[in-house]
Design a protein around this ligand. Structure first.
Ligand code: HXC
Length: 508
């Protein structure tokens, strides 16, 4: 018996050493943690239960039969984050560069299947040289097996990817199909073809970081939701983020004790809207003053800053926030902001997370750039996402709600459940000056000014919309948190269903 235990311990120790001390040192020298160290930071202490520690590849080409490392380059299993179950895989760059063999893929598939069976999120820590070159097509098959599971898990259990090293070629498509991606600055990159191929094909010279680093993907492409300074920061952010997520589409949002009183009044909001409609103010301040303990976990802060998305809590329970940001491009809707918010709204809807929308939007951004790049199709994404969402939807119009953008931003007509406006709200087809210049074209400056004043007096308020029932109530700004909390209580048992269909056909 003791000999058996000794054998087990020997095998375990060998597996835990991965690709050996030299490669572990090399990993550390790059400022990266090892696969196991990462799991120690991500998961609650001593909660990790490993699976498939002894799995090895079965490749016999290129001398691989003599190079077997138990675990085969990926550490898989389950654990907890603040007591809640999560399934994880963590690619081990010290073992064949974390490259994906058929068995490595099989291990990832196994944890994904287990997560689906019990309804728990999956977090993948990616650090891999891509397909295991020695295995050829077996590795490609392995990737596709993972891809298929990403697709089937989408909307069933939350999937989060942390990119903590290379992630290139077709390998990018697994994270791309997960719900959220966090990237580590300077040590991670994602691209379909790397700088060398780019140089050969297009003659462009570009670094890995410029082509597909954390900043590129968090600002330009929006492939990544957050760029973090280092491994530790990324893993701790993932823990905080996880606390907002329900375990699956059949679970309620998590709830945690909250010291912030639900009916806290915030009088400073009564004066936050500047006297001139053209002056910006910071919507972040409105969010912080409304949410529990001022906490707003923002996603994609570096991309399409004219709209804010992220999670917060009201009475300890997760809410999804979508908010126009007047500080950037006056909060206008454009292609990027529409796409950014649409995907987030769909995530919230898939996972029963109520959506609170703060509106201050002057309309859609005009211009050939927007039109020629498809604002029609991309703007429709957000409209569609709100229109199909069946979760509780609360809307607060703080100032402008003009034109089509009024309709889009979770209006009553798109089944907004509770639509509130501050007294400073202006709900109209467009801004007064633009409107008057169209309907009174040719009038002199004085005439335009007089008509503008008339238009403002008539429409630059929430009461015309409220008189039609498009707004449920005009509320004091200071009571916003209280009204949202009451609204969410009221909507806790909301139940509506869309008509039966195989799936919808959102404009992609
Ligand atoms: C097998 C690999 C490997 C791979 C790296 N290694 N990538 N082994 N298959 N894909 C091994 C190396 O041989 C080396 O082994 C160890 O991992 C570390 O690699 P280094 O090159 O020393 O590390 P570094 O300098 O940091 O460079 C990392 C890297 C580079 C940029 C990822 O290794 C690289 O370019 N690898 C190949 C990438 C690639 O072309 N992959 C296939 C893409 S196609 P030793 O024993 O020396 O430690 C693809 C298709 C997927 O992925 C399609 C899905 C649909």
């Amino acid at each position: 018996m003791s000999a058996n235990i000794a054998e087990m311990e020997k095998r375990r120790a060998a597996a835990k050493l991965g690709g050996g001390q030299k490669r572990i040192d090399a990993q550390h020298a790059k400022g990266k943690l090892t696969a196991r160290e990462r799991l120690e930071v991500l998961l609650d202490e001593d909660s990790f239960e490993e699976m498939d520690l002894y799995v090895e590849h079965d490749c016999v080409d290129f001398g691989m039969q003599d190079q077997k490392i138990p675990g085969d380059g990926v550490v898989t299993g389950s654990g907890t984050i603040n007591g809640r179950l999560v399934f994880v895989f963590s690619q081990d760059f010290t073992v064949f560069g974390g490259s994906l063999s058929a068995r490595h893929a099989q291990k990832i598939c196994k944890v994904m299947d287990a997560a689906m069976k019990v309804g728990a999120p999956v977090i993948g820590l990616n650090d891999s040289g891509g397909a295991r070159i020695q295995e050829g097509v077996a590795s490609l098959g392995g990737y596709a097996d993972v891809f298929q599971r990403n697709v089937l898990a989408s909307g069933v259990v939350p999937q989060l990817s942390l990119i903590m090293g290379p992630c290139a070629g077709g390998a990018v498509y697994s994270p791309a199909m997960t719900d959220f991606i966090f990237m580590v600055k300077d040590s991670s990159y994602m691209f379909v073809t790397g700088p060398d191929v780019v140089k050969t094909v297009t003659n462009e010279v570009v670094t890995q970081e410029e082509l597909g680093g954390a900043i590129t993907h968090s600002s330009k492409t929006s492939v990544s939701d957050l760029a973090l300074e280092n491994d530790i920061e990324a893993l701790l952010a993932a823990r905080d983020f996880f606390d907002f997520l329900p375990a699956s589409n059949r679970d309620d949002v998590p709830e945690r004790p909250c010291a912030d009183t639900w009916d806290r009044l915030e009088y400073s909001l009564d004066t936050i809207i500047p006297p001139s409609a053209n002056q910006p103010y910071d919507m972040q301040e409105v969010l912080r003053k409304t949410l529990d303990e001022g906490e707003f976990f923002e996603l994609q802060p570096l991309h399409a800053g004219n709209i804010l998305i992220g999670f917060g809590r009201i009475e300890g329970k997760t809410v999804g926030i979508v908010a126009n940001q007047p500080m950037v491009l006056a909060g206008v809707l454009d292609i990027n902001s529409s796409k950014k918010a649409a995907r987030f709204v769909r995530f919230c809807d898939a996972f029963n997370i109520p959506i609170v929308t703060f509106v201050d939007v002057p309309g859609f951004l005009p211009g050939t750039d927007q039109e020629h790049n498809g604002i029609i199709k991309h703007g429709a994404k957000l409209l569609f996402a709100y229109g199909e969402a069946t979760v509780p939807k609360i809307t607060v119009i703080t100032r402008k709600a003009y034109g089509g953008a009024y309709d889009v931003m979770s209006s009553k007509h798109l089944r907004g459940d509770l639509n509130y406006a501050w007294p400073t709200a202006e709900i109209a087809v467009m801004g007064a000056k633009g409107a008057v210049e169209i309907i009174f074209r040719g009038q002199d400056a004085d005439g335009i000014a007089a008509k503008t004043k008339e238009y403002e007096d008539r429409f630059a308020n929430p009461f015309v919309a409220a008189s039609r029932g498009y707004i449920d109530e005009v509320i004091y700004p200071h009571s916003t948190r209280r009204r949202i909390a009451l609204g969410l209580r009221k909507l806790a048992n909301k139940s509506i269903e869309n008509p039966w269909r195989k799936h919808d056909n959102i404009p992609l």
